[in-house]
Design a binder for this molecule. Structure first.
Ligand code: GLC
Length: 803
């Protein structure tokens, strides 16, 4: 294993070579305060919003060797002067004698040694706090005493992340730094743009009294900044200049003479990088973590949080790589996508362009429902409050201001300014919440629509149920010539942007699935009127879809404004798209033969050993009449790439038709934990799903990008736990409906559901993918596959046999 290995007991991935093919990152904190740390200690941190309240300056596009956001230098006194190096590898790039970066749950720990000096740094954000801590221990492992200085450094961003890069006069004129000295010598370096002087202050401090500091990058690097991060000029002198910058590129560097360490001797210190409203608050709050016991307690609290989160569901299957993902990394990634949507990653940089996506977050939230349903509910309320009165939704919204926008459709005045799918996802998400929790009251909760008061009148509000109904009605009233929903600017596939009048068969299917969910809900609520109306819509759409979109061996994906098909055997490029096949099955629209034929076409025409492609063949040349898809070369992203988000939908579809072998094969072939052996080709982190992998039309087939923030996480988690392992919440209880590889003998799922613990063993004595289920609950046989709700706080034993 080339760059590292998994330690499942510690629930860590341990990177052993700092020169990973791209930075491998880890998230700390939450959207409220946090960001990510890379494997060489660089960090991007934001409070509440990565576009509007950015703290560190992390420029992902700079070479991997560059300084990014935060680092640590050590300085060892030698006969002639100083030896300077970074225990994080960058930016000094010294050949460390030992390096490991432990990617943990909510923390990163970098342990390294160089020429006899060992360093162990744990980086994390305490739960619900607005400060990043670095617990730094330096040990002299050499045979001689060593005089060591420890210099942690931060580079600040203007809070407006986009302005930081677009206005190189205004930004530096506003940046201010001040030094506050506390009793005992502790220094707090404050940093803020002038206009935030009384409201929003960044600070950097350590428990150890520094002897000097620097806040101006030019002075720190030296030589009018022809000095470099690899060897800052200021570190050649005994002390830093104690300069309080009132403009310019602001940094915070603290020089600590940690003393002469005897052989074997260690020193520990803690740095704090945070943001708060006033100096008084910062003074008070920052005292807490000057006590190392408080730091250790905060680490312990963090580990308790993750223990609780992960213990809500645990599986033991015959596949260790599946267990590893389902018990640790996949639910962990779901928590991250729930927090950050597509807002902040190494690839999605939140320079004012992207916020929380209505469609994205509605899908992400389903990935955390079984673990943090209350948090899921809060996000659902936010999402519904950016739905418009007509039932459609704003495409994105800012989590701080709750101001929504129409996404990229705003840049194309010639095209509709809505996406045809956004609002429909909330039906799936709300139903998943209610099935998980049984909280039917939520359906009656009043949530405002997005439009603000008109003429001083009250803002219109409605129940959650009505929000969902309006979403359905919007699509019902927005159909085109073939009876399928109009495409709008785009549907799930952002990059196919056709002229007004185009229709989407994917949106037809999503509408069908949303209706299935709503009809099931209406049945449970005994709402006959809703059931009848929605069943009528469902049958009409099913008929139109099957009459219009069947292409012989698969389903067409779009009808253009002039009625010509995309995703048909008639097309030379973009002949088949995966989503209209998988969703034809998920929606129940495809009858058995068509479902099998469509999924077989996916297998033959779109599958590769590295994942299923979104479409094929790729468009080879920019074609403005298709839109964004043709801006990529064939094999990349939506244009024939392996766009992973779509893969779990095919897995689910395969389980619906009973093909557990294939569903599992599709699962296994994209499992990142299996990528260690081809990691130089894959390049991204083997502990999370990426968004895309280059397809086989591209010379770099197999190369992954855009790791972490992808709907792949939530959907693969749902596909595996609810459809392959088949343990799925319903209104009446937990259904046990497995569809597994026939080779499997047995597996277990232990899951908390509505205040009881279900210890489920599934046996497969006849080696089938799917079959009738014989169920025993606490030793007693029950009829049907649904284990009832107990809500008694106790453990219940469930034995299921696939017959
Ligand atoms: C990106 C977007 C998502 C979209 C997908 C396909 O992942 O975040 O909203 O559905 O691309 O275009």
């Amino acid at each position: 294993m080339k760059y590292g290995y998994f330690d499942d007991v510690a629930r860590e991935y341990i990177i052993t070579d700092p020169k990973t093919p791209v930075k491998w990152i880890n998230y700390i904190g939450t959207l409220a305060f946090g960001g990510f740390v890379d494997n060489t200690g660089g960090a991007i941190l934001c409070k509440g919003d990565p576009s509007l309240n950015r703290i560190t300056r992390y420029i992902a596009q700079l070479p991997a060797s560059e300084f990014k956001g935060e680092t640590l230098y050590l300085r060892v006194k030698t006969g002639e002067g100083y030896r300077i190096f970074s225990p994080y590898f960058t930016p000094t790039l010294d050949p460390l004698d030992h390096y490991e970066c432990r990617v943990g749950l909510g923390y990163t720990r970098i342990i390294s040694s160089f020429k006899g000096i060992a360093t162990d740094v744990t980086i994390f954000v305490p739960l619900d706090e607005s400060v990043e801590l670095r617990l730094i221990t330096v040990t002299n492992e050499s045979a001689l005493s060593q005089e060591i200085d420890c210099i942690p450094v931060v580079e600040y961003s203007h809070p407006d992340a986009l302005k930081q890069f677009s206005n190189a006069d205004w930004v530096p004129q506003t940046m201010q730094s001040k030094c506050e000295r506390e009793e005992g010598g502790r220094v707090i370096l404050m940093q803020y743009p002038f206009m935030c002087r009384d409201t929003k202050l960044n600070y950097f401090t350590a428990d150890f009294a520094p002897s000097s500091f620097e806040t101006d990058r030019c002075r720190f690097l030296g030589d009018n900044e022809y000095g470099a991060w690899a060897h800052p000029g200021a570190l050649d002198g005994k002390e830093l200049s104690n300069y309080e910058a009132l403009r310019g590129d602001n940094i915070a560097a603290l020089l600590h003479h940690i003393g002469t360490l005897r052989p074997g001797e260690s020193r520990t210190m803690v740095t704090q990088l945070g943001q708060d409203g006033s100096l008084e608050i910062i003074r008070e709050k920052s005292k807490k973590y000057c006590d190392h016991r408080a730091v250790l307690r905060a680490l312990d609290d963090l580990s308790q949080f993750w223990e609780k989160y992960l213990s809500r569901m645990e599986v033991v299957t015959p596949d260790p790589a599946m267990n590893r993902m389902l018990n640790i990394h996949n639910p962990r990634q779901c928590f991250i996508t729930y927090n950050w949507s597509r807002y902040l990653s190494l690839y999605q940089l939140a320079y004012g362009s992207r916020e929380l996506g209505f469609r994205d977050s509605s899908q992400d939230v389903m990935g955390v429902m079984d673990r943090v349903p209350e948090k899921g509910k809060d996000l659902l309320v936010k999402l519904l409050s950016v739905q418009k009165k007509n039932g459609s939704a704003l495409h994105q919204f800012n989590p701080l201001t709750m101001i929504g926008n129409v996404g990229e459709s705003g840049e194309r005045p010639d095209l509709p300014r809505y996406y045809s799918d956004d609002h429909l996802w909330s039906a799936l998400a709300v139903c998943s919440y209610v099935k998980e929790t049984g909280d039917f009251n939520f359906l009656d909760r009043i949530v405002p629509f997005y439009e603000k008061e008109e003429n001083g009148g009250p803002q219109e509000s409605a129940t959650v149920l009505e929000h969902l109904q309006r979403g359905i009605e919007f699509t019902w009233n927005d159909r085109g010539k073939h009876g399928l929903p109009l495409l709008g600017f785009a549907d799930w596939n952002d990059t196919v942007n056709l002229k007004i009048g185009a229709e989407s068969s994917f949106t037809a299917c999503l509408f069908g699935k949303a209706l299935l969910d709503m009809i099931e809900l209406a049945r449970y609520l005994s709402n006959a009127r809703l059931m009848a109306t929605f069943s009528g819509y469902y049958e009409t759409m099913k008929k139109a879809f099957n009459e219009q979109a069947w292409d012989g061996a698969w389903y067409i994906r779009y009808f253009d404004h002039d009625g010509s098909p995309l995703g048909s055997h008639k097309n030379a490029q973009g002949r088949i798209y995966v989503n209209s096949q998988s969703w034809a099955v998920l929606s129940g629209f495809a009858v058995k033969e068509r479902a099998e034929s469509a999924l077989e076409s996916v297998f033959k025409l779109l599958n590769t050993p590295k994942g299923i492609k979104l479409s094929a063949p790729g468009y080879n040349g920019f074609d403005p009449s298709k839109g964004g898809i043709s801006t990529y070369p064939p094999g990349a992203k939506e244009n024939g790439g392996i766009f992973l988000h779509t893969n779990p939908w095919v897995m689910i579809a395969e389980t619906i038709i009973g093909n557990g072998d294939r569903a599992y094969e599709y699962y296994r072939q994209i499992n990142p934990a299996m990528k260690n052996d081809c990691i130089d080709e894959f390049q991204c982190e083997p502990y999370v799903y990426p968004q895309n992998i280059l397809g086989n039309e591209h010379p770099q087939f197999g190369l992954a990008r855009n790791s972490w923030l992808s709907g792949t996480s939530s959907w693969t988690y749902q596909a595996a736990t609810q459809f392959i392992l088949g343990v799925r919440p319903t209104y009446k209880g937990l259904i046990i409906d497995p569809c597994v590889p026939r080779s499997w003998d047995a597996y277990t799922v232990t899951r908390v559901f509505r205040n009881a613990s279900y210890r489920i063993t599934v046996k497969n004595p006849n080696h089938k993918c799917k079959g009738d289920i014989a169920l025993k609950v606490d030793g007693l046989e029950i009829v049907g596959p649904v284990v009832p709700v107990f809500a008694d706080g106790k453990d219940h034993r469930v034995e299921a046999v696939i017959q």
